[in-house]
Design a protein. Structure first.
Length: 220
């Protein structure tokens, strides 16, 4: 089972895109939404049934964390005990520490404010990344980059932005693992159409699938 958060710390369309990725035939998770207005609530019993918990994109970090702060110890314990946390954009920020769930071997920060970033707008756009040595274009909306501690030797960096900062990674946390992406490899064709954007590489799920496969293989 995969749980996808859907509630006030997300925006319409973001949980649904993550759910569609996890239900992709290459992954084939049994996907359920979890949240304050969903049938399943974010509780220890609910998380105990899940192989993966996904935190989708959404709005502003501090506001989202205020809504999820009480669940932070619960999410930490779930991952520490062997669960898998998957975060996209806001979900990547929330995996960090300032503020966040403190799951990363380091922290997350705003990519558009990083040195020599090729994207300087907070509007929806695309970003170039190097994913496992290959150039790709991904949907992007003010996502994070990830700062690794010096002793983060077990972190698997999957992708970097053009300025060399980390765009996607997987790392162990306790007996579980965390996988995060600053851009949106889960973005659907509808996202691009609504914003009038194009992707020269095509709109494919392969990078999102790679992130999830790597996360599930990571041993804490």
């Amino acid at each position: 089972m995969a749980l996808v958060y859907r509630g006030p710390a997300s925006l319409p369309g973001c949980p649904e895109a993550v759910a569609a990725l996890l239900a992709n035939p290459a992954l084939s998770f049994d996907v359920h939404y979890v949240g304050p207005k969903e049938e399943l609530k974010l509780t220890p019993a609910t998380l105990s049934m899940a192989a993966i918990y996904a935190q989708p994109g959404g709005g502003e970090l501090k506001r989202a964390y205020r809504r999820l702060r009480k669940q932070s110890p619960l999410i930490q314990e779930y991952v520490r005990s062997g669960g898998r946390y998957l975060g996209f954009c806001l979900g990547g920020y929330l995996a960090g520490a300032t503020p966040g769930f403190k799951l990363l071997p380091g922290d997350a920060d705003q990519h558009i404010s990083s040195h020599a970033s090729t994207v300087r707008t907070g509007r929806d756009t695309t970003v170039s990344v190097t994913w496992r040595g290959h150039p790709r274009t991904l949907y992007f909306q003010d996502g994070p980059y990830f700062i690794l501690d010096e002793n983060a030797q077990n972190a698997d960096v999957l992708a970097t932005y053009p300025n060399g900062t980390v765009a996607a990674l997987v790392a162990p946390f306790g007996r579980g693992a965390v996988g995060v992406a600053g851009p949106h490899p889960e973005a659907t064709a509808e996202w691009y159409q609504v914003e009038g954007l194009t992707n020269p590489d095509g709109i494919r799920a392969d990078l999102g699938v790679d992130l999830v496969h790597t996360l599930m293989r990571c041993a804490g």
